[in-house]
Design a protein around this ligand. Structure first.
Ligand SMILES: Cc1cc2nc3c(=O)[nH]c(=O)nc-3n(C[C@H](O)[C@H](O)[C@H](O)COP(=O)(O)OP(=O)(O)OC[C@H]3O[C@@H](n4cnc5c(N)ncnc54)[C@H](O)[C@@H]3O)c2cc1C
Length: 378
């Protein structure tokens, strides 16, 4: 007899693994299908660390979702007995009228979030790793920090398994065929049936969701790790995670020394270089290294002195640089999730809950208007 699943989740990276855990936790009969293997390094969710912060400069409307994300990360840690989210504080540095600094201040004021404004002198005293230009300031978000992405994904998969989810790894979904009463899923291994599906295939999403072709665009991202020349200036106690607004040069993000790895640095969206998700990322090249080394020398001279390693990753950018989490119009059995634009990971713990709500209840009480399909299609 053919099994009919309540929900099939396609892609078990960040968003898919969380969705599977929430669905299985609610007692649904679920299957997850992943083309590669758990917490692999070929998508968007590897590299040891992802920033989380509360005074969201992008838009104050994200703050309630972040508050829920924090609660959900803590509950994941409790269930696993593991450290997933570490609070170091996050500094947002730039000119007072820059997008990152002014946006952080706006979100913090609107939501009454604790924060500290530090001028150049106070920054030098408290956080000596950072070099500021005349007039620049730092806004310290004491609740910010970093999440361990691989541990989070493995954790959600373990919970999903414990709650009875079926999981297939190394199996690629090749097509989905929605009908009025469900969806048929075709893969290189077989054929499945589910009442609803969640498509969370990251950089590959447009391959299964033609509505997103030309809209969800994968680009190449590069990050590098550096050892400090002053061994203790880059420990989390003296160097929090950071975002830095460089005006026309874009923005950079970074992490203090975590474990034995050095300081990690990247420029948001790097060179905005389009990639074919089915091909291997072009390896790190001289231009990539020159960009990140130049930033390290200028802005973190004693904290990021010697480059140790570098790697590539991929962002999936939507034109708005927000997320799209919704059922496809006229195909209510297909819920899609494109939650990257370079800043999605911190929301994984709440996106999993939203996806489970949308798939099982057809809606959610969480504030998701900003993620709706109509908003992204003109
Ligand atoms: C370098 C870098 C730094 C970042 N920094 C931050 C940060 O500091 N803070 C933050 O909040 N966010 C950050 N982000 C963004 C964040 O990591 C992403 O939003 C998040 O990882 C996206 O998760 P995802 O589930 O959409 O994609 P993924 O985790 O890549 O999952 C998609 C999965 O789908 C699978 N798949 C694809 N096609 C198929 C198919 N046909 N059949 C079956 N499976 C399939 C893939 O193998 C993959 O496992 C960063 C991203 C990068 C790359």
């Amino acid at each position: 007899m053919t099994t009919i699943y309540d929900v099939a989740v396609i892609g078990l990276g960040a968003m898919g693994s969380a969705a599977l855990a929430y669905l299985a936790g609610r007692g649904a009969k679920v299957i997850g299908i992943e083309a590669k293997y758990p917490a692999h390094a070929l998508g968007s969710s590897h590299g040891d660390s992802r920033l989380i912060r509360l005074g969201y400069f992008e838009d104050p409307s994200y703050v309630p979702l972040l508050q829920r994300a924090y609660e959900n990360w803590r509950s994941l840690e409790t269930r696993l007995g593991a450290d997933i989210l570490t609070v170091t504080g996050v500094l947002q540095i730039g000119m007072p009228d820059s997008k990152i600094v002014s946006g952080t201040l706006k979100s913090s004021a609107l939501h009454g979030l604790p924060h500290l404004v530090l001028d150049q002198k106070s920054m030098a005293e408290r956080f000596p790793a950072f070099r500021l230009d005349e007039g620049e300031i730092g806004v310290f978000d004491p609740q910010g920090g970093y999440i361990r992405p691989e541990a989070a994904i493995m954790g959600y998969l373990k919970l999903a398994a414990a709650d009875g989810a079926v999981m297939h790894f190394g199996e690629r979904v090749t097509a989905v065929e929605p009908s009025d009463d469900g969806v048929t899923i075709l893969s290189n291994e077989g054929r499945y049936h589910a009442r609803k599906i969640v498509v969370a295939t990251g950089a590959w999403i447009a391959e299964l969701v033609p509505e997103l072709r030309g809209m969800a665009n994968p680009i190449r991202q590069v990050v590098a790790w550096y050892q400090p020349s002053d061994g203790f200036v880059a420990q989390p106690e003296r160097m929090p995670c950071f975002l830095r607004d460089e005006g026309a040069e874009g923005s950079y993000f970074g992490f203090p020394v975590i474990g034995t790895d050095g300081v990690k640095i990247g420029r948001h969206a790097h060179f905005r270089e389009a990639i074919d998700p089915d091909l291997e990322n072009p390896p790190v090249n001289d231009a990539d290294r020159a960009l990140l080394d130049g930033f390290a020398r200028k802005r973190l001279p004693s904290a990021a002195s010697v480059r140790m390693k570098s790697t590539t990753c991929r962002y999936t950018m939507l034109p708005s640089e927000d997320f799209l989490i919704d059922a496809i119009p006229h195909q209510k059995n297909v819920v899609i999730c494109s939650a990257c634009s370079g800043h999605g990971f911190k929301f994984t713990s709440v996106v999993g809950e939203i996806l489970a709500d949308l798939a099982l209840d057809g809606g959610t009480s969480l504030p998701v208007d900003v993620f709706k399909f109509e908003r992204h299609v003109s």
